[in-house]
Design a protein around this ligand. Structure first.
Ligand code: COA
Length: 259
């Protein structure tokens, strides 16, 4: 697919996706969500790519939510069809590769929800977070009502969703929405260092680990523990597991091939 609103760049084993509508604060219109869906399909099938980093263009916004200009005039059925068609955030969550959000500015509404669908979130100290949908007479529709309470607990999630208030990156870190906050000038280096470090692990193990952790929010404890045992055992089918164990015993760095 030829992308109009995304920049997709491969940097060794890391692919970087930039949502590129800076004049609209990188708001997610339908086209951009469809492009994200297509990009994650391609990334899932590309063996060279081991880690995904997603960010926003410019220095103001990560993503300032869904494109509000597309909200007027739709019938209920049209809106429902749009929401079911472009489930890009679910594709990110289901992507077998780790996805890191590099949050350079406003992460509001769908932007905050997209970040929550990522596996790790690193933000600039300038970034701001919120679910302001209630101010538009709406509710979060990109997973916010489900992923936010799972990440930060119902109490804080309820407060953010019912007030629509914006919070700082430091506050987002404190309540568990973020993994790390760094100075704006360190955001790229910190994120790429982490992405490359993770890219050095076995892609098979990364995929199994991501699936097992995601199961925690999708299964009850007994089923999740059973699935974890199965995924652990499945790692024994990989050459990477042999390489990892042998490298440890031979006191050398493993060379994982993703097989
Ligand atoms: N959808 C569509 N356009 C958006 C947008 C969105 N979610 N967020 C920002 N824009 C557009 C603005 O309309 C403006 O376009 P214009 O220059 O054609 O008028 C442009 O991006 C710049 O935004 P502006 O509001 O002028 O910048 P700001 O620095 O004053 O404020 C925000 C930045 C992010 C605080 C503010 O734009 C905002 O509140 N956006 C909406 C956030 C939101 O409610 N998201 C949830 C949607 S469900």
């Amino acid at each position: 697919m030829a992308y109009e609103n995304l920049i997709v760049e491969k940097r060794g084993p890391v692919v970087r996706i930039t949502v590129n509508r800076p004049e609209k604060m990188n708001a997610l219109n339908v086209r951009t969500r469809e492009e994200l869906l297509a990009a994650f399909e391609e990334i899932g099938a590309d063996r060279e790519i081991r880690v995904v980093v997603i960010t926003g263009a410019g220095d103001k916004a990560f993503i300032a939510g869904a494109d509000i200009s597309e909200f007027s005039g739709n019938t209920v059925l049209e809106q429902r069809e749009i929401m079911h068609r472009s489930r890009a955030f679910d594709a990110m969550e289901d992507c077998p590769k780790p996805v890191i959000a590099m949050i350079n500015g406003y992460a509001l509404g769908g932007g905050c929800e997209l970040a929550m669908a990522c596996d790790i979130r690193i933000a600039s100290s300038k970034a701001k977070f919120g679910q302001p949908e209630v101010k538009l007479g709406l509710i979060p529709g990109g997973g916010g009502t489900q992923r936010l309470p799972r990440l930060i607990g119902e109490s804080k999630a309820m407060e953010l969703i019912l007030t629509g208030d914006m919070i700082t990156a430091e506050d987002a870190l404190r309540i568990g929405l973020l993994n790390q906050v760094v100075a704006p000038e360190s955001l790229e280096a910190t994120t790429m260092e982490l992405a490359n470090r993770i890219a050095g692990m076995s892609p098979v193990a990364l995929a199994m680990a991501k699936k097992a952790v995601k199961n925690a929010a999708r299964m009850n404890l007994a089923t999740g523990l059973e699935a974890e045992s199965d995924l652990f055992a499945l790692c024994f089918a990989s050459e990477d597991k042999e390489e990892g164990v042998r490298a440890f015993l031979e006191k050398r760095k493993p060379d994982f091939k993703g097989k």
